[in-house]
Design a protein around this ligand. Sequence first.
Ligand code: NIG
Ligand code: FE
Length: 416
Amino acid sequence: MSSTLWRNARIMTFSGPDPWGAIERGALLADGTQLKWVGRDMDIPRGLDVAVENDLDGALVTPGLIDSHTHLVYAGQRAAEFELRLQGASYEQISRAGGGIRSTVAATRAASDEELFASAAARLDQLAADGVTTVEIKSGYGLALEHERRCLRVARRLGRERLVEVRTTCLAAHALPPEYGDGADEDDYIDAVCGWLAPLHAEGLIDAVDAYCERIAFSREQTARVFDEAKRLGLPVKLHAEQFSDCGGAALAASYGALSCDHLEYVSAQGVAAMAAAGTVAVLLPGAFYALRETRAPPIDALRRAGVPIAIATDHNPGSSPTLSLRLILNMACTLFGLTALEALRGATVHAARALGLSDRGRLASGLRADFAVWDLEEPAELVYWIGGNACRHVVCGGTRLDIAQGAATSASVRA
Ligand code: NIG
Ligand code: FE
């Protein structure tokens, strides 16, 4: 396959000794889906077989952003709950009254596969328009084998029909479905979930297994049973942990070598230490913190001191984080949680890749995927500083350019 060269760019590679891995007047050479060479324009090797050459006119280039935690496949919306919260109801109260996740489950079950695909594809395109090239998508609004399967199939289809890469996570242990009564049958539901993992895995639908360990969801013991089954199947685990209370979920997940623990507002010192020892990534979700008007931020200093890698994700979902801009979320990570611009950007690139168990992306270097975003910006900190707006000129996913302006987020996009 012939190569494509992009030159005259300010590249933040996140590789090498400099924290940004900055290359002024840099160039990238892609061969097929992979980067073949990254360096300074003046060092471009001679005699390359370059089919297409693009002058980026001094634009800023970063690795394609990675959204490592989303719930993208669902039907309906929950604006009415937003209004209830504005009137003083809490997320937990709404959830206990049968709203929340369960209301999205009802809408999702009633939607056709085609409707689920069309709405999720439109959302995925919006994420891509803001620089995202890899997205993790969780199930968890089906809560019955056939509906979890449908949602995971839709996620896989998005990965096939869109340029953006999709990783799927089974979050069947997200909430108790209505047919399991009110709390009494939680263990029976967990038994059922454990029984679904093997067939869904055999169908190639799952890359990882997640659960919601919280006083309004499942206990540590119930989570452990789901993780035991994931482990038996050789699937990596991650956990919604310590969002509203310290349930000891982070330490439990770390004991299973979890890829990530997500939320973590209430994580304890022991939880942080366990994550550090296990190499588990902390995925922080400032969108949910903001939307639910939480006041206790995750313990950023403790995570830093322990050397826990910090990732930042949208947590896109219709209840607690209805946003499709990862850049806006990076801004919130800085303004609400006190991260630096560099930490936030590493959290949507290098550390986000790690939260998904991926070592072939999140940085720009020879041999890695040719996934990058081209920004009409001068400084990398601008990615975090501007609140909203359009900054992304285009993204390149696996060596193929996706034209944001045309909304052409399909694999039929032009290679340029
Ligand atoms: O990550 N915490 C649980 N799940 C989602 C919220 C889902 C919903 O409210 O629909 C989250 O915030
Ligand atoms: Fe979530």
